[in-house]
Design a protein around this ligand. Structure first.
Ligand code: SAH
Length: 243
């Protein structure tokens, strides 16, 4: 009985600790959003003089990045820096997540595809802005953890699938926007096929282990796209599943 009481008391204390940490993270998250807002205004070439939109900044402010990291540390999660998520992968710097989200021009009625779920953080940001998010991850353990995190946080409009995102996810599309978060030398043609006319694909294009060009492809007609490059970025490689 005494052990049970001790257990209950320690659970209550544990709950308080988590709540206290969450409260602390509120301050640190708000500070991160303000830092990113200011930094974005200096990236005129990538974003224009106004920087990031309020919608995207609001999504950053509402997404608990620390719950997508294994450390759950406020100071690590809300520095504007990449964070290791194991298996040789990283979640991107929040500014880059925000930039890609802005460039994808996601609207509330959109269906969005993400290739490279990783931690699930970028998917969560997209989920605040879109109607439905479908995200594909090639590493089983990451897909599993991200699906659990997103489910626990009640991101009910996100579906996670294990697989090679090169082929896209036709049953989930067609897509109003596609965000690819791993670097490849070319844009996979199936992704362009699954993009709606008027839709945008945002992706780091270039060789692995060097800088890549963050590229925006807009589908302007069924067989016509325009392409522009926005910034130099560094992403983990887009890998292909063994045949
Ligand atoms: N968007 C993630 C960051 C992911 S890092 C986040 O917010 O945390 C890039 C991810 O792409 C890695 O998890 C990697 O395993 C995954 N990836 C690489 N090649 C892939 C492929 N062909 N299909 C699906 N996912 C892939």
């Amino acid at each position: 009985m005494r052990t049970l009481l001790a257990l209950v008391l320690s659970m209550v204390a544990g709950g308080r600790e988590v709540a206290a940490q969450d409260a602390e993270c509120v301050r640190e998250r708000a500070a991160m959003v303000e830092a990113i807002r200011a930094y974005a205004r200096s990236r005129v070439n990538a974003l224009g003089p106004d920087g990031l939109s309020e919608r995207v900044l609001d999504a950053l402010g509402r997404t608990k990045r620390h719950l997508f990291t294994s450390e759950r540390s406020c100071s690590i999660a809300y520095a504007d820096a990449p964070v290791s998520i194991g298996h040789g992968q990283t979640m991107s710097q929040p500014f880059i997540v925000a930039l890609m989200t802005e460039l994808a021009e996601v609207a509330t009625d959109h269906v969005v595809l993400e290739v490279g779920t990783g931690s699930g953080y970028q998917a969560a940001i997209l989920a605040h802005l879109a109607r439905k998010v479908c995200t594909i991850e090639i590493i089983p353990a990451l897909a599993e953890t991200a699906a659990r995190t997103l489910r626990d946080l009640a991101y009910d409009n996100v579906s996670v699938r294990l697989g090679d995102g090169y082929a896209g996810w036709p049953e989930c599309g067609p897509f109003d926007a596609i965000v690819v978060t791993a670097a490849l030398g070319e844009v996979p043609p199936p992704l362009i096929e699954q993009l709606k006319v008027g839709g945008r694909l945002v992706m780091p294009v270039g060789a692995a282990y060097t800088s890549q060009q963050l590229t925006v492809v807009e589908k302007i007609a069924p067989d016509k796209t325009t392409t522009r490059t926005v910034a130099l970025v560094r992403f983990v490689p887009f890998t292909r599943s063994p045949k």
